[in-house]
Design a protein around this ligand. Sequence first.
Ligand code: FAD
Length: 378
Amino acid sequence: MEFSLTKKQQENVDKARAFTKEWVSPNAVKYDRSGEFPRDICQEAFNLNFMNPHIPKEYGGEETCVLDHCLIMEEICTGCSGIGTALGSNGLSQYPVIFAGNDFQKKKFLEPMTQELMFSAYCVTEPEAGSDVSRIKTTAQKVGNDYVINGVKWWITCGSVASWYFVLARVEDRATGFIVPADTEGIIRGMKEHNLGQHASNTIRVTFEDVKVPQEYRLGEEGDGFKIAMKTFDHTRPGIASGSNGITKAALNIALTYAKARRTFDKKLISYQGISFKLAEMMTKLDAARYMTYLSADLFDQKQDNARQAAQAKWYAAEVAMWATVDCCQILGGYGYTNEMPAEKLMRDAKIYQIYEGASEIQKMIIVGKLMRTREVH
Ligand SMILES: Cc1cc2nc3c(=O)[nH]c(=O)nc-3n(C[C@H](O)[C@H](O)[C@H](O)COP(=O)(O)OP(=O)(O)OC[C@H]3O[C@@H](n4cnc5c(N)ncnc54)[C@H](O)[C@@H]3O)c2cc1C
């Protein structure tokens, strides 16, 4: 077991921290209030190789391992997890292509993303199918050498700015994955959703009306789609957990600074056990969440099954971030409740980590599913 960062990892963390200080933190409030897409910050992130980290070297990418990506995302999300989601979510749609795409598909859809700032989006959720993906209704009908896609995808991150979509659709009863260029006729992009938090991130619904895609854009075989869509999460959940960890770190720093300075009844807040124990718990839970995150990322990088560990990290880190931000608001008293201070934004931003990429309950189902196939835990 090795618990220290390599020289290269430390350099990446330093680089991400400097980028967060210069670009992310100073603009967090601006994008939270305007709800604009932070394209300028994404461009800087692209220039620094923080976007598209996992694209293989043979297609022009950096092929950054998941663990290194987690270390970078924790730093960026400490500044603003909405901006973190905007610049990090390409991975969710790219991974199906990395994992299941052929050489033609990788060249056509991944390589250009290493040459200029571009976005892609993962279109799986529908109005009646979120946790239970088997309920999707979007269809892909084979017509000659093409497929014709009809259906509605809901809550699609980066849906407005994407150049192409990963789309899960039914070919008869077989869930199948497709790459669909966003400028294909018949695609209708909805308005940006007004979400509770992460306002810098763009979430829309995407409607497909008789959208024709050539069969060369199908990923794998008909019926491979569910496996491709789910396997993607083993890769992305550690990164999502690191976003939660960034929020927890930010909440801890704000609460700590405030508790050291604020006085009540002639003493500093931090001198009261009721406050200081909250800080001790925040620090401890943050470290626990980080080690779960790093372990799940490292297992993936070692090409081992990490489904349980990724679910544990995603669930636990999200719970810690939600709890820590609520406590941070409490420690700040009235200042915690006003948008003049960053605590309320952290609380709003934290909530989504308990929902997207599989809600907390679904992570527990994955963990217990693995336990049911285990005779004894060692
Ligand atoms: C901001 C945002 C961005 C998103 N981005 C994307 C994206 O880019 N691409 C995409 O495809 N989707 C995206 N989603 C969708 C997201 O993944 C789903 O919202 C999520 O998977 C939950 O699905 P649902 O909303 O349909 O809830 P439901 O599946 O209806 O679940 C409702 C509640 O019931 C719980 N529940 C469900 N089944 C069980 C059970 N068996 N036991 C116990 N509890 C259960 C759930 O955990 C949840 O708390 C996004 C959502 C949001 C809000």
